[in-house]
Design a binder for this molecule. Structure first.
Ligand code: NAD
Length: 506
């Protein structure tokens, strides 16, 4: 409890969160000891909490060796799929029991809204059950058509996975890697973002409680350098499963290259949200807002380029700007708040810097455009929902990922120009089309170079539907019914049905 102007204010999170945290290596909890530590910082209060160990190269080596042993000698890949699936279902039950706690830890770390984080935490449990089902159906396929032979293929677990994850949806984006890796029979070493390490450590505790054997799940904490780089470059790692920035994604490819390591990359985006003149404009305004202001714009699929057809441009800009100005900012634990803080100081400064860049490039601000300074927000890392209009698609504002609540509105005329502008960017993660014309919707879906295309909706994702990027937005896909494939190798088996070898016979 703290005293404030004569009133007593309850702390927003339990005092026990401000403690030393421990990493999970080979079934042992490894605290800071002599290691350097770093804190988490609650972005709503801009206050540090907790002491998290910086894993040394030696810690990373022990974690990878433990995962290697659990894979090569520990019997985890040979554990029957039904047993692995049962463990995942036990984990799902534990996640459900602790969903509110998991949501709140993430909010303490990254300031995302209670509604989204609580829903997301419960959804983890259903996702785990879905993946458990995939484990039970992953199997052998017979192949036909080779005379004189019986042939079949089996999918075998790939090996040791390094999962390196970002801060914006720490547990959801980890689950896209952790659940299929475990279901397939792989072992894993996780390196969560330095902004959000403790939620992953709590999930790791639940993995231990669910019964995953020592060495199957390991967590090392620290920064990209040296911890993440030591993990990505470790020769004992068979696959890197990475979500984060495109720049770090390129470092992952470079690290895996010399050993031809397997890599899945989910990277950045600069996704176009395309509003045609025949759209339901009311729906489109709210969809565009959800695309860029939900999660304070800190989502890889953020609809940061808003392409608007000239016939409705002025009206749309006016409605979007007015609606953006009406959004409420404040405590992410308050369910009535629309927009929370930016997750960390680096990101906060980066977003404000991009607002300056946009102004320098001549774009006009019609909503927001500054740090928010109300009594509810002045102490935290808040940036106002910002709308830039008259943006040139070749400008830095339109081409570079900002990862914050900044929409760039770009004018177009007709489908050809919309397509050209939408695709004229290095990224290709997502896109959306707003139109009441079903034929136009189908035409645009075919022309857009993006891994996900939404029509009259935005930012919906589900574990049954694959997710991933074209171009520099990534490599490979996560989720969907094929989610286990990237965690397996295909082995082809040939059995002779009685042909006699002819080589060398005379
Ligand atoms: P980031 O790339 O800075 O960091 C991601 C992770 O990689 C962190 O754990 C970090 O410590 C680690 N890391 C950074 N450099 C490394 C290196 N050289 N070697 C090894 N590890 C390294 O990204 P971030 O700021 O945490 O997250 C935001 C980015 O993630 C945005 O670009 C966003 O678009 C992207 N993202 C993509 C998706 C997707 O599914 N496509 C989802 C969420 C976020």
């Amino acid at each position: 409890m703290t005293e404030s102007a004569g009133t007593t204010v309850a702390p927003r999170f339990p005092a026990e969160t401000d403690r030393d945290y421990a990493m999970l290596i080979d079934g042992e909890w490894v605290g800071p000891g002599e290691r350097d530590t770093f804190p988490c910082v609650d972005p709503y209060e801009d206050q540090p909490w907790g002491r998290i160990p910086v894993a040394t190269a030696d810690d990373v080596d022990r974690a990878v060796r433990a995962a290697r042993r659990a894979f090569d000698e520990g019997g985890w890949p040979q554990t029957p799929a039904v047993v692995r699936a049962a463990m995942l279902r036990r984990l799902a039950d534990l996640i459900e029991q602790h969903a509110d706690e998991l949501a709140r830890i993430q909010i303490h770390e990254n300031g995302k809204l209670i509604g989204e984080m609580t829903g997301g935490a419960h959804f983890l449990a259903t996702h785990a059950r879905f993946v458990a089902g995939l484990a039970e159906t992953m199997g052998a396929a017979s192949t036909q058509g080779v005379p004189g032979y019986t042939t079949y293929t089996v999918r075998e677990p790939l090996g040791v996975v390094a999962a390196i994850t970002p801060w914006n949806s720490p547990l959801t984006l980890l689950s896209w890697k952790l659940f299929p890796a475990l279901a397939a029979g792989c072992t894993i070493v996780i390196k969560p973002s330095e902004v959000t390490p403790t939620s992953t450590l709590r999930l790791a505790e639940l993995c231990v409680e669910a019964g995953f054997p020592a060495g199957v799940v390991n967590v090392v904490t620290g920064f990209g350098q040296p911890t993440g780089a030591a993990l990505a470059g470790h020769p004992g790692v068979d696959k890197i499963a990475f979500t984060g920035s495109t720049a770090a994604g390129k470092a992952m490819l470079a690290a895996a290259g010399p050993r031809i390591g397997r890599v899945t990359l989910e990277l950045g985006g600069k996704s176009p949200n395309i509003v045609f003149g025949d759209a339901d404009l009311d729906n489109a305004v709210h969809g565009v807002m959800a695309g860029i202001f939900a999660a304070t714009g800190q989502t890889c699929m953020g609809g940061s380029r808003v392409l608007v057809e000239d016939s409705v441009y002025d009206e749309f800009v006016e409605r979007l700007s007015a609606a953006a100005n009406r959004l409420t900012m404040g405590d992410p634990l308050d369910p009535s708040v629309d927009v929370g803080p930016v997750a960390c100081r680096n990101q906060f400064e980066r977003v404000l810097q991009y607002i300056q860049i946009g102004q320098g490039e001549g774009a006009k601000i019609t909503a927001g455009g500054a740090r928010d300074n109300t009594p509810q927000t002045a102490h935290g890392l808040f940036v106002q929902p910002t709308v830039f209009t008259g943006v040139d698609n070749s400008s830095r504002l339109a081409q570079e990922e900002i990862f914050g609540p900044v929409a760039s509105v770009i004018r177009f005329s007709g489908e050809d120009e919309a397509t050209r502008l939408a695709n004229d960017v290095d990224f290709g993660l997502a896109a959306a089309v707003w139109t009441e014309n079903v034929a136009r919707a189908h035409r645009m879906v075919k022309r857009l170079r993006a891994g996900t295309v939404w029509v009259n909706t935005y930012r919906v994702v589900h574990y049954a539907v694959p997710f991933g990027g074209f171009k520099q937005s990534g490599l490979g896909r996560e989720l969907g019914i094929d989610a286990l494939d990237p965690y397996t190798e295909v082995k082809s088996v040939w059995i002779d049905e009685g042909n006699r070898q002819t080589f060398g016979r005379r």
